[in-house]
Design a protein around this ligand. Structure first.
Ligand SMILES: *Cc1c(COP(=O)(O)O)cnc(C)c1O
Length: 240
């Protein structure tokens, strides 16, 4: 077994263990492999080991890797910050986008999604930590954004996503996951048909699952520590 395959198995076992310990069904939890900075070969190893959903943060990097994996029917999710001049290639190449946080980006993604493709699956990213540096719609502005996005063509609103503050204070982290859960439940009470609460990463997925995550985005625990590419390397990959 490769390292990636055994790491993947460990993550799946962990999801089952945590789910069982809190009385949830493991099969209601989807594992997204967050593959940024990892080469196409590593994604292929994870695919061979049974992983079908991959999340990428950087458009250039993702587009550089996709041709090498074109023989695999991977479900690609875009999970990184979105610049509005990148929406066309995101809408063309990804099945899901987790990081929609403003109406302008939502409009452009919707317009740029070809009618020949299935509707784009959308999660709204919420800034649950209140940090200025973080992407995400402010919680107070979420209802308006959801009302806007739900009426756009060629997309389906699936749920919410957040990246909480990087901290070892588990109580603080938990409160931020809890806030996202409450916002999600409120939208459902308001009549939105949502099924995706995208939260939890390698270090905090147990807490996220306890707070109701339906999709965890796990990178390091599957692929090992990241080796960040410098921009020149990304450009070289894209040019190949
Ligand atoms: C990198 C990343 C992840 C995965 O993080 P790990 O700590 O490596 O598991 C999840 N979500 C987003 C948005 C990311 O950028």
């Amino acid at each position: 077994m490769t390292t990636v395959a055994s790491n993947l198995q460990n993550v799946k076992d962990r999801i089952v263990r945590v789910a069982q310990s809190i009385g949830r069904q493991p099969n209601e939890i989807t594992l997204l492999a967050a593959s940024k900075t990892n080469p196409a070969d590593a994604l292929r190893e994870a695919w061979v080991a049974g992983q079908t959903i991959f999340g990428e943060n950087y458009l250039q990097e993702a587009l550089a890797k996709m041709p090498a994996l074109a023989d695999l029917p991977i479900e690609w999710h875009f999970i990184g910050p979105i610049q509005s001049n990148k929406t066309r290639r995101i809408a063309e190449n990804f099945a899901w986008v987790h990081s929609v946080d403003r109406a302008k980006v939502a409009d452009r993604l919707s317009k740029d999604r070809s009618e020949s493709l299935p509707p784009l699956q959308v999660c709204l990213q919420v800034n649950v930590s209140g940090e200025d540096s973080k992407s995400g719609v402010e919680p107070e502005e979420l209802a308006a954004l959801a009302a806007h996005v739900v009426n756009l063509p060629h997309r389906r609103l699936r749920g919410l996503m957040a990246v909480p503050e990087l901290t070892t204070a588990t109580a603080l982290q938990r409160s931020q996951f809890h806030l996202l859960r409450e916002l999600y439940e409120q939208l459902k009470r308001d009549g939105y048909e949502l099924d995706t609460l995208s939260m939890g990463m390698s270090e905090d997925m147990d807490i996220a699952l306890a707070e109701g995550a339906t999709m965890v985005r796990v990178g390091t625990a599957i692929f090992g520590p990241r080796r960040y590419l410098i921009p020149e390397e990304i450009a070289a990959l894209a040019a190949r």
